[in-house]
Design a protein around this ligand. Structure first.
Ligand SMILES: *[C@@H]1O[C@H](CO)[C@@H](O)[C@H](O)[C@H]1NC(C)=O
Ligand SMILES: *[C@@H]1O[C@H](CO)[C@@H](O)[C@H](O)[C@H]1NC(C)=O
Ligand SMILES: *[C@@H]1O[C@H](CO)[C@@H](O)[C@H](O)[C@H]1NC(C)=O
Length: 436
């Protein structure tokens, strides 16, 4: 691999160069994604990896050149572009709270954990070209009656699934938990009134691989980019709607394989290889997952890819103020970071390719990157833990600036998802969906 010829990249391309501005993101994200999911990872600052910038480009997989060509989200079959919009004030009370929704995971239960400000609860997403209706649980249940919607991915997939459960349960009452295993990494719920099933499959790589124990330090994860993770792919036949949501784990130390051969690595450690970055690995994983979905789901199903959800660390991850904003960014206040944009682009492009190639299953993008990017105020921050400042101010506290408080901005992802569901069922001719 060290002898592989230098691949030509147009000189304007920044595909494999990480500007300094985004560099610091690599450190806390890698940590957070590990210790947030596993309960007992030591809070050890030595784990902070002072990495070298990801700059070389010797992935053996040929990258597509689309990244250079396409600057804009390609056209999808949605008349309204929900991704283009802004957050506007929303009076009134949130649809649910920590009392009315009993399934909020502790780390996202900002209200119960004593977050003092509430302004972050009072915004709605206003697309530029249409109005995004408030979430209607009645519509959702009608559209999903006798159907099964699955989320596949990492803890952000779970975060969105839990938002959805709360939004529906506030109307229909709590769903029945009908299946769970591996510390809740795989769960299935049914809203009995409509026999509507919602499930979550833990699969942060989407593809087959091995997750290293978070206590193993810098040891790499292993991802087989050509094989979808069978833990969900084997059950595609039972899914009517699939939401794929992943990305952050690709920032962790990883060895990428195809056909059993190493094709790249990120934080290569003891491997005698040079850094390949993770964009191409992420692209291949999304492509493999979508390919499995459109091949394995029943005809007429819908596969949705949620785009990358940016984090908002503004300082050190274990210092107060890591993400302390209490309002959304104003228009023009924030440019999308390079890494977030590239991850977004990969999701959008892979969906566009699949839409062009596939007839039997509908493929859609749930383009949340900009919505998410504008909401630095929506993360738990120190309130990932209950009452973090009890007993006075603290020098160091863990901050979660990746996931979203519930209720919070991520509820709007489900408002967009519901619009995708409506259009899917309308165009199938299955149900007449009243305009709301
Ligand atoms: C590392 O790889 C290079 C190029 O393939 C090779 O020349 C070198 O001997 C390798 N070093 C070790 C320690 O394996
Ligand atoms: C309930 O929904 C599932 C799909 O999630 C379906 O297979 C099953 O037949 C439905 N049950 C009834 C009684 O309609
Ligand atoms: C998944 O990868 C492991 C090696 O990590 C391999 O043993 C296994 O056969 C693979 N499974 C599939 C379905 O590809």
């Amino acid at each position: 691999m060290g002898t592989s010829p230098k691949r030509h990249l147009p000189c304007h391309s920044s595909l494999f160069v990480i500007p300094k501005a985004t560099y610091f993101l690599f450190v806390p994200l890698a940590l957070l994604n590990l210790y947030l999911f596993f309960p007992s990872v030591p809070n050890d600052p030595q784990h902070q990896q002072r990495t070298t910038a990801v700059s070389s480009s010797n992935f053996q997989i040929q990258p597509t050149d689309k990244a250079e060509e396409q600057k804009q989200s390609p056209a999808v079959r949605i008349p309204c572009d929900y991704a283009d919009g802004r957050w506007v004030p929303k009076p009134g009370v949130p649809t649910y709270d920590d009392a009315s929704c009993t399934t909020i995971k502790s780390g996202q239960n900002c209200m119960a954990h004593g977050r003092p400000d509430t302004g972050y609860l009072h915004w709605r997403w206003q697309p530029a070209a249409c109005r995004l209706p408030a979430f209607s649980a009645a519509n959702f249940l009608r559209l999903l009656a006798n159907k099964h919607l699955s989320f596949v991915g990492d803890s952000l997939a779970r975060n969105q699934m839990e938002s959805l459960l709360c939004l529906v349960a506030s109307y229909a009452g709590p769903p029945d938990l009908v299946y769970r295993r591996e510390q809740d990494k795989f769960r299935r719920w049914v809203f009995r009134s409509h026999n509507a099933t919602v499930s979550i499959y833990w699969s942060p790589f989407l593809v087959n691989g091995t997750e290293q124990s978070p206590t193993a330090g810098r040891v790499q994860n292993h991802m087989h980019l050509d094989a979808a993770d069978e833990r969900w792919a084997a059950e595609l036949g039972e899914m009517d709607v699939l939401v794929i949501s992943a990305g952050h784990w690709f920032l962790l130390p990883t060895v990428f394989y195809t056909g059993g051969e190493v094709v790249g690595c990120h934080h290569c450690g003891g491997l005698n290889r040079s850094e390949s970055g993770f964009f191409e690995g992420f692209r291949r994983a999304v492509r493999t997952a979508l390919g499995a979905a459109v091949g394995g789901m029943a005809e007429g199903g819908m596969a949705v890819v949620a785009t990358f959800s940016p984090a908002h660390f503004e300082g050190e991850w274990d210092k107060a103020g890591a993400c302390s904003k209490v309002e959304p960014f104003r228009e023009g206040e924030k440019e999308m970071e390079y890494m977030d944009r590239e991850m977004w682009r990969i999701g959008v492009e892979e969906v566009a390719s699949a839409v062009a190639a596939v007839e039997r299953v509908r493929v859609e993008v749930l383009d949340v990157t900009r919505m998410a990017m504008m909401r630095p105020d929506g993360h738990p921050g120190p309130y990932m833990h209950a009452r973090p400042f009890e007993g006075g101010a603290k020098e160091r506290v863990q901050n979660d600036c990746v996931h979203w408080c519930l209720p919070g901005p991520i509820d709007a992802w489900n408002e967009v998802l519901l619009e995708l569901l409506k259009r899917w069922r309308e165009e199938e001719g299955d149900v007449a969906v009243a305009a709301s």
